[in-house]
Design a protein around this ligand. Structure first.
Ligand SMILES: [Fe+2]
Ligand SMILES: [Fe+2]
Length: 323
């Protein structure tokens, strides 16, 4: 082949699925706005004055209980960064518009920030809580064991999440995030109002804003997908929503046994930790407060899902019946 013919020859087709060819010009105006908002709302967890969380201001068990709460939250935040990373690869390989790829990228960074808050809070209260911190009492030991159980089930969830990409289209996979994002944003808002320490208030304020953006994105993905949803896909929506509810219940409410099989005394230890953390001023809600926060938030989700004539799951735990 002469060098002249090579210079005009086009490259072969790129084998698919592939992140190439990418398309800068396939923007979605609504999602571009969400992307712009995410950039404006960037924040730095390291800029929060964590040093003002003074370990000497708390009893040893209060420190354990607050570190416990943050470590349980980290199960969801750390996992979420990886979950949205997987989503981003999927969106890029399947040529979803560039705006949805960018918004997903901002969520990965948000979840990294949330996870960093968990780590920084734990480090101030019980340095190296997850690796190297020595429990001093039986309750300390049980608290750490509880965290390991939560992470064990987090690992089970991860396997199921990864497999879901083989079974469902992306909008269905994404629907299960809707409950979590809706309730997390409500919970963090309520915790910001109750938390006594300015560092915790600041962290919860940022978390609230971020989760509300994530929620807007989950609605966008679903609304956009509705015209192309097959009947059997619509019928799967309640199952996906309930999955999200059950998984997130560990931190947002109380863990249903259908997924969370835990040692007998797990819940006793969990409730004690939450109570002690609440008394120490972390802003943890009581079970009744959580139930009513979940309920009002989820009723909003249910109303909106109903507007699209989509079915909704039974959530007897918080007194909501399905459709
Ligand atoms: Fe988060
Ligand atoms: Fe989120």
């Amino acid at each position: 082949m002469s060098s002249e013919s090579r210079s005009t020859e086009e490259p072969p087709e790129i084998p698919q699925p592939n992140v190439y060819p990418f398309n800068w010009y396939d923007e979605d105006p609504k999602l571009s706005k969400l992307y712009a908002r995410a950039k404006q709302e960037h924040w730095d967890p390291a800029a929060i004055d964590w040093n003002a969380v003074r370990p000497e201001d708390y009893d040893p068990i209060q420190k354990t209980a607050m570190a416990y709460w943050w470590a349980v939250l980290a199960n969801f935040e750390n996992n979420a960064a990886a979950a949205f990373s997987k989503a981003l690869v999927h969106l890029a390989e399947n040529h979803y518009n560039i705006s949805s790829q960018r918004v997903t990228g901002t969520i990965i960074m948000d979840e990294c920030r949330h996870d960093e808050c968990c780590m920084r809070a734990c480090n101030r209260l019980c340095p190296y809580f997850l690796k190297g911190w020595k429990p001093k009492t039986d309750l300390d030991t049980k608290a750490l064991r509880n965290v390991r159980w939560v992470y064990y089930h987090g690992g089970r969830y991860w396997k199921g999440y990864a497999k879901a990409y083989e079974k469902y289209r992306f909008p269905l996979i994404f629907t299960s995030f809707m409950m979590g994002e809706a309730c997390a944003s409500k919970l963090f808002h309520e915790m910001k109002l109750r938390a006594e320490h300015p560092a915790f208030q600041e962290a919860f304020g940022h978390l609230t804003k971020d989760e509300s953006r994530h929620l807007a994105y989950t609605w966008f993905v679903l609304e956009n997908a509705i015209p192309s949803l097959a009947e059997e896909e619509k019928m799967l929506i309640p199952k996906r929503l309930r999955h999200g509810f059950v998984y997130l219940s560990m931190v947002l409410f109380e863990p249903p046994q259908e997924f969370w099989q835990l040692p007998k005394d797990f819940m006793d230890v969990h409730r004690r930790m939450e109570e002690i953390a609440r008394d120490a001023g972390l802003g943890v809600l009581t079970l009744e407060e959580k139930r009513s926060a979940w309920k009002s938030t989820i009723l909003d989700v249910k109303r909106k899902i109903g507007k699209y004539n989509l079915p909704f799951p039974d959530l007897p735990e918080i007194g909501i019946s399905g459709t």
